[in-house]
Design a protein around this ligand. Structure first.
Ligand code: 13P
Length: 257
């Protein structure tokens, strides 16, 4: 983390978990134990159908509600999809784009990720852009090439002004939901590389101000070490964000003065 230049953001990604009733219950549990998160922003990204419930449930806490996906067209005959304007109108601030599960199961590509980033920015949302290599790619030694391609494709055509609204999340696919966390050094190395890539594209001042999260089996036991890396400015947390006590432990790890 480097709070002098950029925000630390602890974000839950609930994926396809929790009903509306369970969302309310989680918010109540969280309210009872939520620390004053002075040093970091806290966010929960929930299934789109539960956004209005989450908005109400988290209203009195300093917890933002985000979305897990968005479609890139503004409106029209796209049965089942949700537009950026619809999210914005509900009060959503952040939207996850290009999560590896969407790339793997729903045909998301670097091209659709780029279109979605533009659509989100156009509507005034903050995209959380996910990038990350598979185990095979890591073993082939092409991690940095792939990350560079994903970052450059996602940000193609994005102006410096708009880039300030973007968050990048480095999520190695092999660490997601597996309990296998990247070591702080491995995660830190890629996050530093992402910042260097942005520096080449946009210059040092902007690169310095961008929040880069790590995601992949982050939990109360490893959060502090990961967040101690200079270029890791927060976490995108799956499993551990579904339990209020674990989520709070991670917030506390990020909230040290
Ligand atoms: P886990 O924390 O369950 O590994 O999930 C990480 C993730 O995919 C967050 O987007």
């Amino acid at each position: 983390m480097n709070r002098r230049y950029r925000k630390t953001i602890i974000a839950g990604n609930w994926k396809m978990n929790k009903t509306a009733s369970e969302t309310k219950q989680f918010a109540e549990e969280l309210k009872a134990i939520m620390p004053k998160a002075k040093w970091c922003d806290v966010l929960v990204c929930v299934p789109s159908v539960n956004i209005p419930t989450a908005m109400r449930a988290f209203k009195d806490m300093r917890v933002s509600v985000g979305a897990e996906n968005v479609f890139y067209e503004k409106s029209g005959a796209y049965t089942g999809e949700v537009s950026a304007d619809m999210l914005k109108d509900l009060g959503v601030k952040y939207v996850i784009i290009g999560h590896s599960e969407r790339r793997q199961y729903f045909g998301e590509t670097d091209i659709t990720v780029n279109k979605k980033v533009h659509a989100a920015l156009e509507a005034g949302l903050h995209p959380i852009i996910c990038v990350g290599e598979s185990l095979e790619q890591r073993e082939l030694g092409v991690t940095m090439d792939l990350i560079s391609l994903q970052v450059k494709s996602a940000l193609a055509g994005v102006s410096s002004d708009k880039l300030r609204k973007c968050v990048i999340a480095y999520e190695p696919v092999w660490a997601i939901g597996t309990g296998k966390t990247a070591t702080p050094e491995q995660a830190g190395e890629v996050c530093t590389f992402i910042r260097a890539t942005i520096r080449h594209m946009y210059g040092a001042r902007i690169a310095r101000s961008i929040t880069i999260q790590y995601g992949g089996s982050m939990n109360p036991g490893n959060a502090a070490e990961l967040l101690a890396q200079p270029d890791i400015d927060g976490g995108l947390i799956g499993g551990a964000a579904l339990k209020s006590d674990q989520f709070v432990d991670i917030i506390n790890a990020a909230n040290q003065e």
